[in-house]
Write a protein that binds this ligand. Structure first.
Ligand code: NAD
Length: 278
């Protein structure tokens, strides 16, 4: 199947041969209903061709609706959703997927992720994702919030390497070891919280770089991740910010500034931290 992403056509290739746009719109905490729908529509108008939702966000049906209203061909937009923790296990996962797919109103989902490495259940859930992929209901399968040890266990048990690991990643949570591990196994790292939910946008190192490059702090944070080969899914429901966050592919951060940003790690988690998950 030929897939094209007309406006923001920068993509990465997954280990299953499919392509994934390097920029997507995140919709966590985008209020279900008109606000979430409008954000997705603005993003699609701005050229985004990738939307990241989850059962947990309660706005899958808004994403599906906005997609249909945009009139864009289904195959031109990459849609991710996730299996919530309460639904983990083989049979519950199959059921939960079907419910997500119906809410989205889509025939297939581009990427389905285990939202969290739920102990005692994640291997059975993964097996369900493989079934869904074999049946063509999901194109690519992956995980989220997995650390090296969770990934190793999954790969060893199933012999199948996830296409994607979606984790929190920013200059302030620079998980270098995890990035290298993913790279060495052919797993694409996808960053959530790429803007630290706004917490570090005024950090002097970010602000200085932005001022020197004539860009905004948000663009610098996102471009930093893009230059590391990472997929980014910044969230906003404001049109001007959605557009601002998409202008990442017409400039680059010079090596010295990249090194400076590389050194800002402070282990900042804005959401949850899987470090204690056995
Ligand atoms: P984010 O880092 O994308 O921050 C979003 C916030 O940053 C916005 O609410 C707004 O306050 C601010 N912002 C956005 N654009 C801005 C701009 N141009 N200028 C100034 N401020 C701006 O954080 P996030 O929403 O937590 O993460 C992005 C996406 O990642 C989510 O929407 C969701 O799709 C996904 N996510 C996944 C998980 C997971 O466990 N897998 C967890 C959290 C988020």
């Amino acid at each position: 199947m030929k897939t094209t992403y007309p406006a923001l056509d920068v993509s990465v290739t997954l280990n299953d041969g499919r392509r994934m746009p390097q920029l997507g719109l995140g919709v966590y905490q985008s209020e279900p209903g008109p606000a979430a729908r409008q954000a997705v529509k603005w993003a699609l108008e701005a050229g985004y061709r990738h939307i990241d939702t989850a059962k947990r966000y309660d706005n899958e049906s808004d994403v599906g609706e906005a997609l249909r209203e945009s009139g864009l061909p289904r195959e031109s937009v990459f849609v991710t959703t996730k299996l919530w923790n309460d639904d983990q296990g083989y049979e519950p996962a199959l059921k939960a997927f079907e419910a997500s797919r119906k809410r989205l109103g889509l025939e297939y989902v581009d990427l389905y992720l285990l939202h969290w490495p739920v102990p005692g259940k994640r291997l059975d859930s993964w097996s369900a994702l493989r079934t869904l992929q074999r049946e063509g209901r999901v194109r690519s399968i992956g995980v989220s919030n997995f650390l090296e040890r969770h990934l190793s266990e999954l790969i060893e048990d199933s012999g199948v390497v996830p296409a994607v690991n979606q984790v929190e990643f920013s200059p302030f949570l620079h998980q270098k070891g995890l990035l290298e591990f993913c790279r060495s196994r052919g797993i694409v790292l996808e960053s959530y919280g790429p803007l630290t939910q706004g917490l570090r946008l005024s950090h002097p190192a970010v602000a200085d770089t932005a001022a020197r490059l004539g860009r905004t702090p948000a663009q610098v944070m996102l471009r930093w991740a893009v230059q590391h080969g990472i997929v980014v899914i910044p969230k906003s429901v404001r049109r001007e910010r959605i557009e601002e966050n998409s202008r990442l592919f017409d400039f680059s951060i010079p090596p010295a500034d990249m090194r400076r940003l590389d050194g800002l790690d402070e282990g900042l988690h804005t959401e949850w931290d899987p470090k204690d998950v056995p």
